[in-house]
Design a binder for this molecule. Sequence first.
Ligand code: AHR
Length: 566
Amino acid sequence: MCIVESFGAGSEKKRPKIQDFTRSHFDCLSRLRPGSWEANVARRVFVALGLLAFFSVGPSRAADNVVHLSVDASKPGSKINRNIFGQFAENLGHGLYEGIWIGPDSSIPNTRGIRNDVVAALRELKVPNVRWPGGCFADQYHWRKGVGPRDKRPATVNSAWGDVIDTNAFGTDEFMDFIEQIGSTPYVSVNVGSGTTQEAAEWLEYMTAAEPTALAKERAANGHPAPYNVGFLGLGNESWDCGGAMTADYYVSLMKVYSRFVLNMNPAQRTKYQMLKIAVGPGTPDTAWTEAVMQAWKKHTWAWDINGVSLHWYTVPNGWPPSTNSENFGLDDYVKALKSTLFMDEFLRKQEVVMDKYDPEKKVTLSVDEWGAWHAPLPGSNPAFLVQQNSVRDAILASLNLNIFARHADRVRMANIAQMVNVLQAMILTDKEKMILTPTYYVFKMYVPFQDATFIPVAFDAGNYTHGSVTLPSVDAIAAKGVDGKLLLEITNLDAENPVAMEADLAGIKATSAKAETLTGAAVDSVNKFDSPDTVTPKSTAVKVENGKLSLTVAPRSVTVISIEP
Ligand code: AHR
């Protein structure tokens, strides 16, 4: 039982505070099988302890409405893998064409056809990995059509997204060039739906072979003698739907064959680090698909293996088809979207229970390789191009998801927001030569210090923010120790109307000074536009450090990152 474990751990040293006890009991509780007698008894104990904690001293919401946080830097948790800040660039709408690729003859400044402004902006985000070419597009992509001299490449139809003509000008070598320009790692999804194992195996040979094979020579002739480093390989996409409407069992058979024969031949990668293979995972909270994949994984042999299972979950506040406005909306839509996005936590927990059953050592990553807000297409845009604006609401939604991933860091070691440029919850929007950075871009920029940081538990009473019939936690927070030794604290104020005064007790670190940056806007639907690109940008915020306590007031509807010098 959890309660015994917790007392045992604490009693030898110093008696734990009731809040510490409650927290560790909660961690323990979340590991028990739901519905078991242990879980039922432990749940009752947890509720009783929670009430006790509420009435005792410690992190709480005081009568003065100050939120008290308590951070103990001496209790590090898991690493927040930088790959959770990954991106997704599908061949969809203006995500690649116009957003990234404009061709070498364009009057827009570019390097070998790739926009310089977009590259410079993305470099700031230290994007750890980029998933390409899809999405649904991946299962209809035939890589051979996208290599060699561009004027000889065949035109094809992008039947996944609007039946538009695809010139195939942006193919493998262009993608790899883009990856090198932004300093990232490729996450390539192979075609399991309409391709063959041989086609995918040859693609990997083209990309990664160092020996003078015919395909390596072809790559060299196309301008890249050195093999590419493919960091991640997606074995299909949404195979239960657009990837071929397969049953889980049928997919699992294909997954094994692809894993067996689609090989990375780059000798440097074989010795230094592995290419991680990510299997298709669920897109609904149902666990049957994950069960089938993990059950197979448990019996994997020398011949095949997978290193991750994907999970796709979009915030679609009114359900499908997406109907929420991405600009000019009010508080009703704001709270509905945040409520809906917080479901991510429960979704992950459900899948993790299944994964833990087969893989208690957490060898297999849960890769949330599509997530983000999916709103109605902007009026006048091609509905198949998934064009939407990006507001303060989306920034808050992004920080809530990143915080959830950080809390699940022991299992969620990879994630890819959908998508990078001009599609869905994008970092960047372009219009011919113009470019704007979205509020979501700035959240990713503010979170850069969290890449590979070590999670540190933070206790606080979030309180409630109620609008209409929707009640949300009024604040969210995570803490971590950055790779440079600084203590990082992130505070999201979901309350759209009221600022929140915060006081944090910092244990396990001698804090000397702190800096804070806040992202907010005049309203929840504030956006950056081509003629007003700086409406929503981060600004520095006053923060005080005194006698091991940190205090600041966070603005309504805001995301704040505080960096504390030891
Ligand atoms: O991101 C847009 C689409 O959403 C992807 O192509 C697909 O995988 C998902 O359904």
